[in-house]
Write a protein that binds this ligand. Structure first.
Ligand code: ADP
Ligand code: ZN
Length: 680
């Protein structure tokens, strides 16, 4: 008997012999100890095979010349011990892990590594005892669902499986539906995915109030010990709900009944490093494998999901009203080319609004989606600007640290007082960042309590939580920040939300940038007027005629969708096609150009011209290779090509073919991104 063993490394399973005495005991999903290279490693049994079958064998002894010879018989090593009495990884989760490895053109091993806490392979036990909380929650109030909520809920509960899009305006009571749907699962369990930034105490407390210690949390702040404890609690069947970010999609439930993805449109569901999976799409795959229900919730559904709802692939549930008929905030676009200004960042109009709002005891949110003080320093004599030595990115000036920071590789340098190019002394700060709009507002209205929320102020473990708490306790008059301020919060006393400089987001060279902008501004608007007093929203821009503002102003998701889907159709971008992006990274620029020339030749042989996308079917179109928009990151020069096709299997096959032809090319690192969410 043989067993295929998966290790949490970037590889497929390795084949081992199963010793006689372990034959009756070994099952897929169990942990085993096996010799690996010159040591030992803990892995998971992926499958077992009876030896007489000629199976494809991968040898674990690659470095071992004596036994590694693919032309002769391979001597397999034997498993040493089985570490579990019953399978630790549930069968369906094991299937999901394999699916992830394959779909994302990665490996099952890397998928396993992403799915299961590393401590599980190190034989570590979780921290002892119960998961502790730092505060008690107030018991849940009894809530009577509105008619719309009731209708949506009964559609969900009356079906045994299937996928739903719950499209509900901000504050329409989506979270309440999630909770009820879970309560009606009987003895079945649920996974709730939220974007990282939305995982605040607010949502956590609401789930704790209903499910008490039966809810387990997954977020990036857990220690390795806490991670194992949470994971084991689920595995032992002691939890009802796993609430968390991306990796919670792999929670080891054995009796799963429902998956919920809140804010399904959020880009942060996609992992950008290593295994580039989308937790939303993995969740859809898991729901299929488990044969269960899944709810995608959003106030601003992604173009893709809305399209699938229209085509009937997702059941469409709509909440059109805020709870208690609270009005949606009025949205005003402020034309900065005409408006009187009090400072670089603030129009007189916005400043007056803020003053009035504070005088009434209300709070305000201000967003500028760019951190730092100013996006560049420039010498006004010669036009010199500082660039990152490692990336083709201008450096952002951070005033608190007096450094120029690269937002791609996190390196920084200290600017000099004189221009490095012409030795001039007229260095200017150009453009706005969150630090600068905070400083300006402080100078204009010194009596206000301001707080900034962006990646720089929220790196410490509980800092994000503290800001939210101070907002709730009304210790902050104005919360300024990046998109972080727009996401998920429920502050009833916030009645004004504003965007300082909307133009930052408008003109990125990416096919999803209008969608992002529409979603972001609508989400921000959703933070205002959630209590008894109606909200107001102000968006300052130098491009007031941009079409996105008409749709934002009128909460016109349908109209925006119609416009956007037409563009996608014309260019045959998703959802009309699927994309796979292949990025080539080179240390040396000139060598990269040379290698890419060679590669282009090889690719032309796989894709003889003309390269076009036939209607439907197996056609695959190729764009590039060409230099990526961001030409250099972390000292690597980047080229990319994008494959476009209707059928994801033929698309993957073509991509695999390309990668296979290139496997002997030296000095290039290849990254594959299946369903990329940007092409920069
Ligand atoms: P969403 O998730 O759509 O933004 P929430 O579920 O957070 O909306 O609901 C907004 C607010 O309304 C919350 O404070 C919630 O407790 C409350 N709420 C939800 N449903 C009801 C209801 N049927 N009756 C009264 N209050 C409700
Ligand atoms: Zn850099």
């Amino acid at each position: 008997m043989q067993a295929n063993i998966l290790f949490p490394i970037n590889a497929e399973a390795f084949t081992y012999l199963v010793p006689e005495e372990l034959k009756g005991k070994i099952k897929p999903g169990m942990r085993v100890l096996a010799p690996f290279k010159r040591g030992k490693k803990v892995g998971i049994v992926q499958s077992t095979v009876v030896s007489s079958q000629k199976s494809v064998v991968r040898n674990q002894n690659k470095d071992d010349a004596a036994s590694c010879n693919t032309h002769k018989e391979i001597t397999l090593k034997s498993i040493e011990a089985i570490l579990d009495d019953e399978p630790l990884i549930p069968e369906n989760l094991l299937k999901l892990i394999q699916w992830v490895g394959q779909y994302y053109m990665s490996t099952s091993g890397l998928a396993l590594k992403n799915a299961v806490p590393s401590g599980i392979f190190e034989g570590k036990k979780g921290s002892r005892g119960r998961i502790t909380y730092d505060h008690e929650v107030t018991p849940a109030k009894k809530i009577n669902l509105t008619a719309e909520q009731q209708k949506a809920l009964s559609e969900i509960t009356s079906s045994g499986s299937g996928a739903f899009l719950l499209h509900g305006v901000t504050g329409s009571g989506k979270t309440e539906i999630y909770i009820r749907a879970i309560e009606e699962l009987g003895d079945k369990e649920a996974i709730v995915l939220v974007p990282e930034i939305a995982l605040t105490t607010q949502i956590v407390d609401r789930f704790r109030a209903r499910f008490h210690d039966k809810v387990v949390f997954f977020h990036s702040g857990l220690s390795p010990g806490e991670r194992i404890t949470s994971w084991m609690k689920i595995r032992k069947g002691e939890a009802k709900v796993a609430l968390g970010v991306r990796s919670a999609v792999f929670a080891p439930f054995r009796n799963l009944g429902l998956i919920i993805i809140d804010e399904e449109h959020e880009a942060s569901y996609k992992q950008f490093e290593g295994l580039k999976y989308s937790a939303r799409d993995v969740a859809l795959a898991r729901a299929k494998i488990e044969g269960i229900k899944i709810i995608l919730g959003s106030a601003t559904p992604s173009i893709e999901s809305f399209y699938h709802a229209k085509k009937g692939k997702l059941g469409y549930l709509e909440l059109t009203q805020r709870i208690e008929q609270r009005p949606m905030p009025r949205i005003e676009i402020i034309d900065m080319t005409k408006e009187e200004k009090e400072s670089l960042s603030y129009s007189k109009k916005l400043l007056d609004v803020l003053k009035v709002n504070i005088s009434q005891g209300h709070q305000s949110l201000i967003m500028l989606n760019r951190r730092g003080y100013s996006p560049f320093l420039m010498c006004t004599d010669c036009g010199y600007t500082y660039k990152c030595p490692a990336c083709s990115i201008t450096l952002t000036y951070h005033k608190d640290t007096k450094t120029l920071n690269c937002h791609y590789c996190n390196s920084y340098l200290k600017p000099q007082d004189i221009c490095p190019e012409c030795k001039g002394i007229k260095i200017k700060y150009i453009g706005l960042g969150t630090q600068r709009i905070e400083e300006e507002l402080h100078e204009l209205l010194p009596e206000l309590n301001l707080k900034r929320m962006d990646r720089d102020t929220t790196t410490k473990k509980l800092s994000h939580y503290r800001i939210v708490k101070d907002m709730e306790d009304k210790k902050i008059d104005v919360l300024l920040g990046t998109q972080m301020v727009a996401k998920g919060h429920d502050f009833p006393n916030v009645t004004v939300a504003a965007v300082v400089f909307a133009d930052v987001a408008l003109n990125l060279p990416d096919f999803r940038s209008s969608e992002r902008t529409f979603q972001l501004f609508t989400q921000l608007a959703g933070r205002a007027g959630r209590g008894d007093v109606p909200g107001e929203v102000y968006i300052q821009t130098y491009e007031p005629d941009h079409y996105v503002f008409d749709h934002v102003r009128n909460y016109d998701h349908a109209g925006f969708y119609e416009k956007e889907i037409e563009l996608r159709r014309e260019l045959s971008y998703p959802p009309y096609s699927k994309l796979i992006r292949i990025v080539f990274n080179f240390r040396n620029k000139e060598e990269g150009v040379k290698i890419m020339k060679g590669i282009s030749g090889k690719i032309k042989r796989i894709f003889p011209p003309p390269t076009s996308l036939p209607k439907g079917g197996e056609g695959v179109e190729i764009l590039g290779p060409s230099p990526a928009s961001i030409e250099k990151i972390r000292y690597y020069w980047r080229w990319h090509l994008v494959l476009k096709g209707k059928d994801s299997r033929s698309l993957r096959r073509k991509a695999a073919e390309i990668i296979e032809t290139l496997k002997d090319v030296k000095n290039v690192r290849i990254d594959v991104d299946v369903d990329p969410i940007n092409l920069l």
